[in-house]
Design a protein around this ligand. Sequence first.
Ligand SMILES: C[S@@+](CC[C@H](N)C(=O)[O-])C[C@H]1O[C@@H](n2cnc3c(N)ncnc32)[C@H](O)[C@@H]1O
Length: 272
Amino acid sequence: MPETSLRDIVKEKYGEAARRVGAGGSACCGGASAIAGAKDPITSNLYGANETLGLPSAAVSASLGCGNPTALAELNEGETVLDLGSGGGIDVLLSSRRVGPLGKVYGLDMTDEMLALARENQRVAGVRNVEFLKGELENIPLPGGSVDVIISNCVVNLSADKDRALSEAFRVLRPGGRFAVSDVVVRGAVPAEVRKSVELWIGCLAGALEEKEFEAKLRKAGFGDVSITPTRIYTIEDARDFLAAAGIDAAAMAPQVEGKFMSAFVRAKKPA
Ligand SMILES: C[S@@+](CC[C@H](N)C(=O)[O-])C[C@H]1O[C@@H](n2cnc3c(N)ncnc32)[C@H](O)[C@@H]1O
């Protein structure tokens, strides 16, 4: 699919999700979360109740991530953090507590409705050390070497040009800066048809990277100290109801799915 049409589809989909939250509903990005009454094993229970305490409820209900990068990244007071694809702003608001008044957190998103929702959440939270920027992962509107830590929650898989997104992340980090990102990744080879069905279930459009491919792309962009740690590994049971509703034989697919799709925490460093 051409890059521009993929971007338009992603904007449309997340624009709708933001409007649903604005109308008092939940974000629901399709896939498993679209099945009535079904629990979504990817986006649910990512944050502890003590973490979300005091956050605007719309920031919590807009959460569409697949991990908790702020809990896993070691953020220090005074640091500058950039959240790629910040959505309703939950990870930006959580990071802003960690870096304190001397730090700064940027949220970057290309979808107008998500930016409006995030800015409203910032206003309700009364947080000052935060700024939401309109822009794309592939063309980050910040100067080189201006960020200490890049976080992101389930967005790299949506990028139509992942090499470009990762080299932009590398550019804006200062030397010694950290890349600390949650995303869905695939382990090993998976037939295209199976991948398509599972991605339909996950609700992500552009495609998760295979873990070795992700590591190779990070190294190609210039990063060192690359590691990928699974945080949730999905089983065919997680996807069974969704696949059955879509007329897909889950049992036949099981051997090619088990243990191959996971949410993971991806770490890398820009050499000092
Ligand atoms: C899966 S949601 C995750 C939102 C947020 N990180 C969270 O955890 O709730 C993806 C978000 O990334 C944004 N996005 C997707 N691709 C993008 C790109 N190439 N550049 C900028 N934003 C993008 C979408 O607009 C959407 O708000």
